[in-house]
Design a protein around this ligand. Structure first.
Ligand code: NAD
Ligand code: DAU
Length: 359
């Protein structure tokens, strides 16, 4: 019988958002959790050291596309939910090599849906009613906004522009279809740009911080006036926890920070914080390192989320302000240079050099 104490199966729990979700889970809910992660370049078990020895925590290294493995985990752990975060997540990588994105994000989601459906078929109706599949997605499925356009609402049409966004949109549509066709109990969240500790330094904020600390040029794509709606990752982890407990199957919820910023402003703010935290740095003022570079192909101009539904129906609102979240983030990267060193060596470094050369 499924109870509140039954485990949740998290995919991608060693990634950026996944590890915050797992850490948040054990400091709030605390019931058993199984973390299935392939440990690609983006997954790092060190992120999870604080929970690694807890009796309720289980780590399994494996691929969401491995149907046999998923079946085995479902039978062994009898989870009450799947929280699906595993994905290839970086837009620039999807432009260079879209295949892995389609495979992991679309086919991987399909395998999970089918394994969960087979598992549900074996449950009695009480347990079936308790089970949830939380599909974690992105605002990029909605495409790009112009200045003055209303922020994305859940009802907006999908207009993905990058291979990454298209792969996520496809996975969202699979989840929707499984709900409609099979009554599959899925809840979907579409979130804006996350930032905070433990983010792999290919994404804008940690990339800029890492390069600025070492006095390297700070690449600003195009004119730098693209707008992103930044959300502190801890607030996202809390939103996912609440969506899992209160989200209604068949519904989607937009999660965002109510925090639109042009990239140029974000980078300036990071540089100003580094100037403050590193008064003796030879690279001050760090903003002098900014360098305009060729734009990303198909670069979406503006994302902005209307998160009213999540506030009204889930009772969730972000707690962190951009000023407080940025301070915490900059402090964390300064204090954790060894982590940055570790994750930027090896496979990631080779990939960057093959595809982008030295920047
Ligand atoms: P991430 O790249 O940091 O982590 C992805 C994790 O998935 C890694 O631990 C990786 O090892 C794992 N993984 C990849 N392929 C796998 C596979 N085939 N089998 C098992 N594990 C696999 O990603 P993130 O930024 O933490 O994003 C997590 C999820 O949230 C993704 O689905 C992403 O689309 C979504 N999302 C991210 C953001 C953001 O700003 N980062 C915003 C909205 C939504
Ligand atoms: O909106 C949610 C999405 O946010 C998530 O679904 C994705 O997984 C996540 O990667 C993120 O996508 P973005 O493309 O918005 O994030 P990224 O950090 O790559 O870029 C943020 C902005 O900064 C974007 O406008 C591109 C720009 N940029 C990025 C890099 C890496 C630069 O100007 N220079 C850079 O070097």
């Amino acid at each position: 019988m499924l109870t509140h104490e039954s485990p949740v199966l998290v995919t991608g729990g060693a990634g950026f958002i996944g590890s915050h979700f797992v850490l948040d889970w054990f400091s709030t809910v605390g019931t058993p959790l199984v973390n299935l992660d392939k440990l690609t370049y983006a997954g790092n078990l060190r992120n999870l050291l604080p929970v690694a020895d807890l009796p309720g925590y289980h780590f399994v290294r494996g691929d969401i596309r491995d149907r046999e493995l998923i079946d085995r985990l479902m039978n062994e752990f009898s989870p009450r939910a799947i929280v699906h975060l595993a994905a290839e997540s970086h837009v620039d990588r999807s432009l260079v090599g879209p295949g892995e994105f389609l495979d992991t994000n679309i086919h991987g989601t399909f395998v999970l849906l089918e394994a969960a459906r087979a598992y549900l078929d074996k449950l009695d109706s009480d347990d079936r009613a308790k089970f949830r599949f939380l599909h974690v997605s992105t605002d990029e499925v909605f495409g790009s906004l112009k200045p003055g356009d209303a922020p994305f609402e859940e009802t907006f049409a999908f207009r993905p522009n990058s291979p990454y966004a298209a792969s996520k949109a496809a996975s969202d549509l699979l989840v929707r279809a499984w709900g409609k066709s099979y009554g599959f109990p899925a809840v979907v969240t579409n979130c804006s740009n996350n930032y905070g500790p433990l983010q792999f330094p290919e994404k804008l904020l940690p990339l800029i911080l890492n390069r600025a600390i070492h006095g390297e040029p700070l690449p600003i794509y195009g004119d730098g006036l693209q707008v992103r709606d930044w959300l502190y990752v801890g607030d996202h982890a809390a939103a996912l926890r609440v969506a899992l407990e209160k989200g209604v199957p068949g519904q989607t919820y937009n999660i965002g920070g109510w925090n639109e910023q042009a990239n140029l402003d974000t980078v300036q703010m990071l540089c100003a914080l580094l100037d403050e935290f590193l008064p003796n740095s030879p690279h001050r003022p760090h903003a002098q390192l900014m360098k305009f570079v060729t734009d990303r192909p198909g670069h979406d101009r503006r994302y902005a989320i209307n998160a009213t539904k999540a506030e009204r129906e889930l009772g969730w609102r972000p707690k962190e302000t951009f000023a407080s979240g940025l301070r915490k983030t900059v402090r964390w990267y300064l204090d954790n240079q060894a982590w940055v060193q570790e994750v930027t060596s090896g496979a990631y470094r080779e990939w960057m050099e093959t595809n982008y050369g030295a920047r």
